[in-house]
Design a protein around this ligand. Structure first.
Ligand code: HEC
Length: 142
């Protein structure tokens, strides 16, 4: 009887460890536009992809201007299909490739590309209204 309690605690510990190990792989939280996507677009894209710097292209300033079809017929973001989204195609193109983005400046990390890809896979939810607006910290000029 005396040794029952430590043994019980040991069992709890083992169960706890195996539970958290499998839980991590299966239950990934959905990607948050506000906390995970917006910061990447602000830091690495929107200073070029805004209406002033690139008026003839798409802009990451709002959902309305980001979810567009380009003249080539390709969509910048295809909800549920990262492999068809130009945004992901451009980021996965090797540096120096004609589609590689950004042309100059820091490229998103593998982790950030993975996040963007998962976000599109999960439906690319981008709030309409103020929550979905992105202000460039500065605007690149040509
Ligand atoms: C230094 C400015 C600059 C930055 C930073 C930049 N872009 Fe671009 N981007 C451009 C320009 C200019 C074009 C148009 C290129 C062309 O038409 O040949 C473009 C085109 C694109 C295209 C369309 C590619 C195609 O094949 O038509 C996508 C998608 C894109 N950018 C995504 C991004 C993303 C995502 C980021 C942030 C990680 C980013 N860009 C950062 C300047 C920039």
């Amino acid at each position: 009887m005396k040794s029952a309690l430590p043994r019980f605690l040991c069992l709890l510990l083992v169960l706890g460890i195996s539970h958290s190990a499998t839980g991590e792989e299966t239950a990934k939280k959905p990607v948050s536009f506000q906390d995970e996507i917006k910061p990447v677009l602000i830091e690495k894209c929107v200073h070029c992809h805004n209406r002033k710097t690139l008026p003839d292209l798409f802009s990451f300033e709002s959902a309305k201007r980001a979810f567009v079809t380009l003249k080539s017929g390709q969509d910048v973001i295809v909800p549920g299909k990262p492999e068809k989204s130009l945004l992901i195609i451009a980021l996965k193109s090797p540096h120096g490739h004609e589609k590689a983005m950004p042309m100059v400046g820091p490229r998103p990390t593998e982790e950030e590309i993975e996040l963007l890809s998962r976000w599109i896979q999960e439906g690319a939810e981008w709030p309409k209204g103020p929550g979905g607006r992105i202000r460039p910290l500065f605007r690149a000029t040509e």
